[in-house]
Structure formats: structure tokens, C-alpha cells
Design a protein around this ligand. Structure first.
Ligand code: TRP
Length: 462
């Protein structure tokens, strides 16, 4: 046993359990819940996809989240170094730290398109603020969105602002101000979502939406849909990118990993489902396309804001909050790279944030042009039998969320449940033996088997 007194991180600890929960929830709740979850649900047929996604969250996502937090808390270092430390403690190869590097790369790549989508949200703050959606028809709202996404200059401008804010926050490390902001914004975001759901309940499409979201029709769940659901369960919980390990590194020893992880997963899932309940009634009552793709929320919600009482105010607040939710996730996507540059080079935090930011900016142009001039950046590729076709953005989104994240989760499951010593994991998880054994068995058997099956299935091997 290590001396408990020694086990605090170099960077200090969270001031309270609540501070950690807030930061972890702030990272988890973001565009993934409000933008991505509804549109992928729409693309993959609803009910069965949603149920499979919930299954992935509970049986794979939550146990992997616990594993990441335990690795971070035990190692008290940066992800790759924490893993290396634990590997040494369990007398196994140090090369398991590759999980940390893979995660850092994935997070970085995700950020390159995340800032562009967050830029959309920021553009909508302005539009909603000017009451541009007042009494517009679905077609009119749709043409506003098309105009924005086909204008590369506007996309670059909005996403650059988002990136700049992210860099300033990360560069200064002013997490306290942000933490405080999140503690107000998260409950408010939840409250506004409830208001929009209230409006949606009054529309003619509500029943159909509930049916669409919660009645599973298993024949609609395709192999690729299952892979997308699995990938998204990792994406939405911010897994496999090292960030939950980093947040775990600042977690006091006595905080329960089980309880806090369950809370974060529950809050995250609840917000995603609320977003679905807010959006699909509007889709159905306005004759819109559920499978409209990434633009879905930007062509549905403004219709509600244009028609409901106080829609101007509610709409503006909603997009402001979406931007905040995106920012608290964006900082977590870049933090690992910045901290790594600071630790391994002579750069200051500001310099590291600037370098990382400029690189993200350059790569984000790929997503910008994928939206404005899709023909120019489209290609088709065949990776191990997976035929990928589409724009640079679609490709990046697919590879990161559906391949790199599940692969990372698989490696984390194998590492914690098969490679690490049981004393180490039991010592960190600190729960009664039945729960511990459930966790361990999920990580040993179910998570690796399910991830492998979903992969093989999507590849058409089985
Ligand atoms: N979870 C966030 C969302 O749903 C996005 C995010 C933040 C993320 N950090 C991550 C996704 C790390 C993958 C990996 O919007």
C-alpha cells in the first residue's frame, strides 16, 4: 500500500467533490448531447438506436469512465504518465501508455470540427438575439442555415472566435471563473430545455416523437447504427481521450468513483434525452426530415423560437448556453495537448495554447470547406472493408468517434481489468464486493466482447 499522504497531484486537488462533478459534467455535456445525439438518432431510425445507445452507456460507458478516473487518481499525473506509473506498479510493460497518446490525438482531432459546430451555435446567438426567426416557416429557417453553412468566411470567423475564447481560457488556466459560470449555466440549460420540451408537447408531433424515440423497432438498427451508438456513448461521456483520467488525477482519495461516475453519466444521458424530446416533435409537426444530418437542431429549434411566447428571449438564452456547454467541452478536448507541451518542452502555457490553437485552426479549415464546398473535399476510401464516402468532416467525425474512441475504450477495459493488479483497482474503486465484481466482469468480458462484436459486425465480418 502506498502512503495515502503522498498521493496528491502536483497540480493540487479539486476543492470539493462538487467541483469535480461539475467539471466532469461540463466536459461530458456539450454539443454531443444537443447537436449530435438528436441528429444521429434521426439518421439511424430512433427507438432501437436509442435503446442500444443507453445499453452502451450503462454497460460500457460507465464502467470505462470509472476505469479512467481510477487510473487518473492512482497515477496523479498526465494520462500517458499515469498509465505508465500504474503499469510499473503492476510490473507490466510501460508501453500501455500508448492508450494515453491515442486518446490525446483523438481529442485533438475532434476539436478541429467541434469548434466549427460551436461556431454555428455562436452565429445563432446573434441571429436569435436579433429576433431573426420571428414567425418564420420551416423553409425560411432552412434557408438561413444553408446560407450560413455555405459561407466559408462566416464559418471561419465564428469558429475562430470560439477557438480564441478556448485558447484564452486554457492559456490562462482560469478554470475557476469557468467553473463558476458552469455551475449556473448547467442548471439553467436544463431549465430552458424543459421549457422547449413544454412547447414541443403542445405541437401535433409530440406523440409521434415519443414513439419514435422510445419504441424500439429492432429491424431498423443496422450494424453501422450500432457502431455509431457505441462510438457516441464514448463521445458523449468524453471517454478515451485522457480527459477523465486528468480530472481523476485531481480527485480526493475519499471521493466515491462509483457514485460520481453514475451521476455524471445520468446527467449527461438525461440532457441528451431531453434534447431529443425537444427536437423531434418540431421535426414531425413541421414535416421536416428526421435524418437531416448535422444541421438538424439548427433547422428545428429556431422554428419553435419563432413561434412560442418569449421565443426571442428563450432562443437567445438557449444558444448562449449551447455555446457555453460547447466551451466547457472544448477546453477539455485541448487541455491534454497543452499540458503535455508544457511538461515536455520549454513552452509556457500561453505559448503551448497558441501553438495548439493555430494547429486546430488550420485543420478546422477542412471542416469549414466540407460544409461550404463539399465537392472540393470529398473522397471515398476503403479502410479494412469499411467503405467511407463523404467529406473531410464526415470522415474525421467517423474515424474519431466510431473507430478511435471505441478502440481506446477497448484498450482501457483490457488494461484495467486484465493487466492491472486487482488490489490496485479494488483499492481505488472502494465499493462493496458485489459491485466491484460487477464492474470487473463488465470490463473483463462484456466491454471487450461487445466492442469487438460491434466492430466486426460493422466491417461485415460477421
Ligand atoms: N463530451 C462532449 C460532448 O458531448 C465532447 C467532448 C469533450 C469529448 N471531451 C471529449 C468527446 C473527449 C470525446 C472525447 O459534446
Amino acid at each position: 500500500m502506498q502512503n495515502k499522504q503522498e498521493r496528491t497531484s502536483l497540480h493540487g486537488l479539486w476543492s470539493s467533490r462538487w467541483a469535480y462533478i461539475l467539471a466532469a459534467t461540463g466536459s461530458a455535456v456539450g454539443l454531443g448531447n444537443i447537436w449530435k445525439f438528436p441528429y444521429i438518432t434521426g439518421e439511424h431510425g430512433g427507438g432501437a438506436f436509442v435503446l442500444f445507445y443507453l445499453f452502451c452507456i450503462l454497460l460500457i460507458g460507465v464502467p470505462v469512465l470509472m476505469a479512467e478516473v481510477l487510473i487518473g487518481r492512482r497515477g496523479r499525473r498526465m494520462p500517458a504518465s499515469s498509465i505508465q506509473h500504474l503499469a510499473i506498479e503492476s510490473k507490466v510493460s510501460k508501453h500501455w501508455s500508448v492508450i494515453g497518446w491515442l486518446g490525446m490525438t483523438t481529442g485533438f482531432l475532434i476539436l478541429t470540427f467541434y469548434v466549427v459546430i460551436a461556431g454555428w451555435a455562436l452565429a445563432y446567438v446573434k441571429l436569435a438575439g436579433l429576433d431573426s426567426f420571428h414567425q418564420l416557416s420551416a423553409q425560411q429557417v432552412d434557408s438561413i442555415f444553408s446560407a450560413l453553412s455555405s459561407d466559408p468566411v462566416a464559418l471561419i470567423a465564428w469558429s475562430s472566435i470560439i477557438l480564441l475564447i478556448t485558447m484564452v481560457i486554457v492559456g490562462r488556466g482560469v478554470q475557476h471563473g469557468l467553473e463558476r459560470a458552469v455551475s449556473y449555466l448547467m442548471p439553467m440549460m436544463f431549465f430552458i430545455l424543459v421549457i422547449i420540451v413544454g412547447y414541443s408537447m403542445s405541437t401535433s408531433g409530440f406523440e409521434r416523437a415519443v414513439d419514435f424515440l422510445f419504441t424500439p423497432n429492432w429491424s431498423e438498427l443496422t450494424a453501422s447504427g450500432a457502431l455509431v451508438a457505441l462510438g457516441h456513448s464514448c463521445f458523449t461521456l468524453s471517454l478515451a481521450s485522457g480527459i477523465m483520467m486528468m480530472y481523476g488525477a485531481y480527485l480526493p482519495n475519499k471521493t466515491s468513483i462509483v457514485k460520481t461516475s453514475l451521476f455524471v453519466a445520468f446527467a449527461d444521458t438525461f440532457i441528451a434525452l431531453l434534447a431529443g424530446l425537444a427536437i423531434f416533435p418540431i421535426v414531425f409537426s413541421n414535416g421536416l426530415e428526421a435524418g437531416a444530418g448535422p444541421g438538424l437542431i439548427f433547422v428545428t429549434l429556431p422554428i419553435a423560437f419563432g413561434q412560442m411566447p418569449f421565443g426571442h428571449e428563450v432562443g437567445t438564452l438557449f444558444f448562449v448556453m449551447l455555446v457555453f456547454a460547447a466551451l466547457t467541452s472544448a477546453i477539455s478536448l485541448i487541455e491534454a495537448v497543452v499540458a503535455w507541451l508544457v511538461e515536455r518542452t520549454t513552452m509556457t502555457r500561453i505559448q503551448a495554447a497558441t501553438l495548439a490553437g493555430l494547429t486546430v485552426w488550420l485543420l478546422s479549415l477542412g471542416t469549414v470547406f466540407s460544409l461550404s464546398t463539399p465537392e472540393a473535399v470529398s473522397f471515398s476510401l476503403d479502410i479494412l472493408g469499411l467503405e467511407l464516402q463523404g467529406t473531410f468532416f464526415e470522415f474525421l467525425d467517423y474515424i474519431t468517434a466510431n473507430i478511435m474512441l471505441p478502440l481506446g475504450a477497448l484498450l482501457i477495459a483490457v488494461f484495467t481489468a486484465w493487466i492491472l493488479k486487482s488490489e490496485v483497482t479494488a483499492d481505488e474503486i472502494k465499493t462493496h464486493s458485489l459491485l466491484y465484481m460487477t464492474w470487473k466482469n463488465l470490463m473483463r468480458y462484456l466491454a471487450p466482447a461487445a466492442i469487438t462484436l460491434v466492430f466486426l459486425n460493422a466491417l461485415g465480418v460477421i
